[in-house]
Write a protein that binds this ligand. Structure first.
Ligand code: ZN
Length: 248
């Protein structure tokens, strides 16, 4: 496909500078797009740390509550033992005396069992408290790290945004010298072709898609008076080796 519009090699050279600028702009936008994800990931880590801290605290409180319940149960049993021991003197029959003794023995056994449970719960409580402190320290660490990391990402974001506006400003300036018809065609091709609107010809190959080009197209490109497209990838073709160090 050959355009009837007359263009010059110089126009294509200017457009190449625009493309180089577009590559820089695209790279900046890509980096900018990653920043909110980075911030979200940092916040998620802190949220997870907070949840772990709260879970550890809840566990510690539960163990403490269970221990208090057991201690209460134990003091009730001890009170019952004391009461029964007082009652022993008042018992008249041997059977009743024996029954009461048996009850006292059982209560003493229960107290001993509860004592063991309380000791276990004390150990569990110590471990839970340790866990609670460790989780709180982790969370504090995450929290302070989050502040710094988010701040540094936000600073990066501001820096990239500044770079982006000056790159866009430069692009505007570069585009001014390009004929409107050529720049329109470039924009359309760029949108359809992953941001690359121009492709250099190397020998008889399109360097972007590596397909061979017909001889007539190659001749037209050498003349440099028309817009030529690659049949395969539809990019605008040129044979300018280098325009500037940053141009593709
Ligand atoms: Zn191509």
């Amino acid at each position: 496909m050959t355009s009837v519009m007359a263009i010059t090699r110089d126009d294509l050279g200017k457009l190449l500078l625009v493309q180089a600028q577009d590559k820089e702009i695209d790279a900046l936008k890509k980096r900018l797009a990653q920043i909110p994800e980075g911030i979200a990931a940092i916040r998620a880590e802190t949220e997870a740390g907070k949840a772990a801290m709260e879970a550890a605290k809840k566990k510690s409180q539960e163990v403490q509550l269970r221990r208090k319940e057991k201690e209460l149960e134990m003091s009730q049993k001890e009170a019952a033992i004391k009461k029964h021991q007082g009652e022993l003197n008042a018992v008249k029959s041997n059977d009743a005396f024996k029954a009461l003794l048996k009850e006292i023995e059982e209560a003493k056994k229960a107290v001993s069992d509860i004592e063991t449970e309380v000791l276990t719960l004390m150990d569990e409580g110590d471990a839970a408290l340790k866990g609670e402190k460790a989780a709180a320290a982790d969370f504090k660490g995450f929290e302070s790290k989050q502040g710094e990391q988010v701040k540094s990402l936000e600073a990066k974001q501001a820096e990239l945004n500044a770079q982006l506006s000056s790159a866009e400003e430069r692009r505007k300036g570069l585009l001014e010298g390009v004929p409107a018809e050529l720049s329109d065609k470039y924009e359309k091709t760029r949108q359809r072709r992953q941001g690359i609107g121009l492709s250099r010809v190397d020998g008889n190959l399109c360097t972007e898609c590596r397909m061979a080009l017909p001889p007539q197209i190659l001749i037209n490109i050498k003349k440099g008076h028309s817009i030529e497209y690659c049949d395969s990838c539809q990019r605008i073709l040129h044979d300018i080796a280098t325009v500037s160090s940053s141009a593709a």
